[in-house]
Design a protein around this ligand. Structure first.
Ligand SMILES: C[S@@+](CC[C@H](N)C(=O)[O-])C[C@H]1O[C@@H](n2cnc3c(N)ncnc32)[C@H](O)[C@@H]1O
Length: 265
């Protein structure tokens, strides 16, 4: 049996400006990929009064406030917002809360619920978190989810990236979550679901897809660097190898993303 993963004392993503920039770069790439929109869902024809981002990032919240200036935009995260975000950007409200618990909002009180890259961090997310998110929606409201599957990369990438991805999966499983939480959605095709498989180390002929690929390529390199400083067994040498793997255009690592948008009945 392999030794348990030991986390070094650390603070999480939000305390590090680099990580905020990394998440914002992903946000920007996705926004462009959706056609300078927050989602493929037809939300721009509506006049949403309330939008909530569960497990938030500054770029998305800021953009939602910009695209829907009349809406109240609420950001929820278990980690406090860093001062730089709280000070410089317009967020209607930030709620410091744990998504494994019920949130202090009435059922059916939001027009749009957005959740991105969070399902893989929350235990029993496809049950509890999905249900909790759905309950927050008004009838006719939209649930917008973007998620990825790092375990696919663990099976298909170069050795260092594979080790990073499988270790990341083990870390996530260690706290009861599932880094492939959305995998079953890959069995569907286009019914309000887009399952995008990106060849990670090869430029795509589609410019928007390529920007998305590049943003994820960078985030995997940066994740390798930040995790290597925090978990025993992930060495700085591995981070260097991860960067080499991700720079090696002959590798054929594949990365799966799921975008889905569901309308509440
Ligand atoms: C990978 S980040 C994604 C952030 C953002 N949605 C984005 O698209 O960049 C995951 C976020 O989920 C938050 N998170 C994870 N588990 C949570 C929980 N149980 N309750 C509240 N927030 C949580 C983390 O603090 C972090 O900000």
């Amino acid at each position: 049996m392999s030794a348990p993963l030991v986390a070094r004392p650390s603070s999480y993503v939000h305390e590090q400006l680099d990580n905020i920039c990394r998440l914002d770069a992903l946000h920007t790439a996705q926004y462009k990929y959706f056609g300078d929109r927050l989602s493929f869902a037809p939300i721009y024809g509506m006049d949403p009064a309330r939008i909530i981002d569960l497990g938030c990032v500054e770029g998305l919240v800021h953009q939602a406030a910009k695209d829907f200036p009349k809406a109240e935009v609420i950001a929820v995260d278990r980690n406090p917002l860093p001062q730089i975000i709280a000070t410089f950007h317009r967020i209607s409200k930030f709620l410091n809360a744990d998504l494994t618990q019920d949130l202090p909002f009435k059922d059916g009180s939001f027009d749009i619920v957005h959740v991105r890259h969070v399902f893989i961090h929350v235990p029993n997310s496809t049950g509890d978190l999905l249900a909790r998110a759905a309950r927050l929606l008004k009838p006719g409201g939209w649930l917008l989810v973007e998620e990825n599957d790092i375990e696919r990369l663990a099976l298909t990438a170069g050795p260092a990236v594979s080790r990073l991805a499988s270790t990341y999966g083990a870390i996530v499983r260690g706290y009861g979550a599932d880094s492939g939480a959305m995998r079953a959605l890959g069995m569907f095709k286009e019914v309000n679901l887009k399952n995008l498989t990106i060849p990670m180390c090869r430029p795509s002929p589609d410019e928007m897809e390529d920007q998305l690929r590049e943003a994820y390529r960078q985030t995997i390199i940066l994740t390798g660097e930040s995790l290597c400083n925090k978990f025993d067994g992930l060495t700085p040498e591995l981070a260097v190898q991860v960067r080499k793997d991700m720079d090696n255009l002959s590798e054929t690592g594949m990365f799966d993303m799921y975008f889905f948008w569901c309308r509440r009945s």
